[in-house]
Design a protein around this ligand. Sequence first.
Ligand SMILES: *Cc1c(COP(=O)(O)O)cnc(C)c1O
Length: 385
Amino acid sequence: MHEEIPLSRPDITSAEEECVLQALRSGRLSQGPFVEEFERLVAQRAQCRHGVAVSSGTDGLHLVLRALGVGPGDEVVTTPFSFVASSNAILMVGATPKFVDICPTSLNMDPGKVVEAIGPRTKAILAVEAFGNPTHMQAYQTIAARHEIPLIEDCCEALGTTHRGRACGHYGRAGVFGFYPNKQITTGEGGMIVTDDERLAATCRSLRNQGRPIPKPGEHALGTWLAHDRLGYNARLDELSSALGVAQMRRLDELITGRQRVARGYLTRLMHRHELILPTVDEGTEMSWFVFVVRLATGWGRVERDRIIASLRRHDVGAADYFPCIHLQPFYRELFGYREGMFPIAETVSQRTIALPFFTRMTDRDVGFVVQTLELMLERELLAR
Ligand SMILES: *Cc1c(COP(=O)(O)O)cnc(C)c1O
């Protein structure tokens, strides 16, 4: 008997345990040195000057949109092919997501369609690096600059990825990372805003902390604790989670090497399967690999894909349909009247994706077993045609 191979699994060692214990024993459980160190480490990795730790990636996106003054009546150009949080953050500030279809290779927004979608009400572009792929980020940067609107980078799936030495997180006016347990590093729950814009960072710091003013140098935090400059939130990340994040960041290179090894294992084993489209990585891109998502070739559909995922799960192989299109989620249909066929590329891609088990500790044997099981399912589907 073999054990179940999960879709993902965090990589926690004694280094993380010790760091969290140190925070726990310090007596300081919120707004302390681990938050600061974690902010420094993530900002540095993203080649940004400031990091603002928050309680989730979703909160990070929400605070950035608020800080940039995006609100009711505004439109934000974004992708329908993403985890729902990227677009929900836009709804949270009362603005409207203006979806544009994706490019079938990179799975990121088609830059030409981004240009077409920009109108007088467009207040920002919120670009997602789908599965951590930074393709077109420079194009969005140029478009945003030309229209004098900010680019927000949802780099929640891209920590540690670089393109020609330039890190994900630095492309936008602000970037946002997420640290849910399936990401490259985890803090349990958590997120980080990164930016070069000092004022934006300060506003986000205030918004995450009940709208409190930022204490001036030399000023005691208690002096400003009951002052509230604006409507804020409690989106602080605690010291324990930040300590976990610090230990994970110190191991980031090791974690990325592990992910690259597993990705290579899949790529070499699946290369010859003409029923599958494998992830495309641009020349010059060093992926940190958030997930490993294959997709059935054109001509296959949702029925076959769903059957394959169900059989993989029956064989103890974790698999998932990353991602259903956001515009087709029930409340988006209801709110905006979206229907099938409105973003055809995102829809046909999304109907054929299969996320395979993917985590640093996957052995070569695990990868072999997943591939063998997937191949069995493909053979079955071929026979049934
Ligand atoms: C993970 C993720 C987020 C943030 O998720 P949280 O669970 O709120 O940390 C946002 N956008 C994308 C594209 C993601 O993958």
